[in-house]
Design a protein around this ligand. Sequence first.
Ligand SMILES: O=C1O[C@H](CS(=O)(=O)O)[C@@H](O)[C@H](O)[C@H]1O
Length: 304
Amino acid sequence: MTGGVMYQPEILSDETFTLAECPNWDAANNRLYWTDILNCKLHALDVATGLRKTWTFDSELGCFGLTDQGRIIVALRKDILFLDPKTDARAPLCRIEDGINSRTNDGKIGPDGAFWVGTMDDNPEKMPIASLYRITADGKIEEKATGFKISNGIAWSADGAKMYHSDSRGPWVNRWDFDVATGNISNCTRYLDLDDRLGRPDGGAVDAEGCYWSAGVSAGNLNRFAPDGTLLKSIPMPMPNPTMPCFGGPDMKTLYVTSHQEGYSPEKRAEFPHAGKLVKLRVEVPGVPVTKFRENSERRAYPR
Ligand SMILES: O=C1O[C@H](CS(=O)(=O)O)[C@@H](O)[C@H](O)[C@H]1O
C-alpha cells in the first residue's frame, strides 16, 4: 500500500482482538503478523489478498519474531519455540524458569540476531519483578536487566547502537548503548518520563530519522519523539488503547498499530467499537527494518 492520507489511521479490518500486540512486517511475503496474547493466538494477514491464517498455542503468546530460515520464534507464557508457518511444524527451544507469576510480554529481534523478550508481573498489583532476557539459537537465556513491572517498548536505532526499552507501568522509556557484535547493553539513561496525558509507553518502533514511535496505551495516542525526547507528533487513534506500532509496506512508510480491549465491560465495548482492532497509517519517514533471528551461529555483517 502506498496511497492514503498522511497520518490518518484507517481500520485494517472489522475483526477485534482481546489483546493484540507485537505487529511484525514480513516483507518477503507481504504479510503482517501479530499476536492476540490472552487468546494464545498468532495471526497472519496477506495484505494484498486479505488471506488470513491463525495458529493457536497452549499458553499466552507474548511476542515473536521472524527468523533468517523463514520460521517464527515464539515466546509463549514461559516457553520459547519455533513455528514453521509453511508446514505448521513446531520445535521447542528453551523455557524461562523465573519461578514467579510472570508471563512474557513485548519482545523483538535485536540487531545482534538474538530474540529480546521482556516479562511482566502477572499479578493484579504490578510489582517490579519482571526482567528483560536475551535468547539465542543455542537455547541460552541471559537475563540482561530486571526490576520491571511490565517490560515493554523494545526497539533499536537504525545503526543498532541504541536500544530503547520501556516499563509501561513506570511509566518511562530508557535508552541503552547497544553492542551489535556481543548484545551487551550499557550506559542506561532515562529517555522519557511519561504520564496518562500522552499515555503510558507500550510498544515502540524507530524510524530512519532516529525518532521513537510509542503507543500511548492509556491515552489513545501514537506518539513520535525526537532523539532528544522532544514530542514531535501525537496522533489520536480511533480506540482508547493502542498497544504497538510496526513499520511495513514496500516503502516501510506504513505504520501498522495493534490495540486492546482487555478488561472492557460490555458497555465499554459498545462505546468503543474499534477497540481491539488493527489500524494502518501512512507516514513520511520510513521505519527501520527489524533484524531476523539468527538460527545458526555464523556471524552476519550488520545491518541485517
Ligand atoms: O504490553 C502490555 O502493556 C499493557 C499496558 S499497561 O502497561 O497495562 O498500561 C497491558 O495492558 C498488557 O497486558 C501488556 O501486554
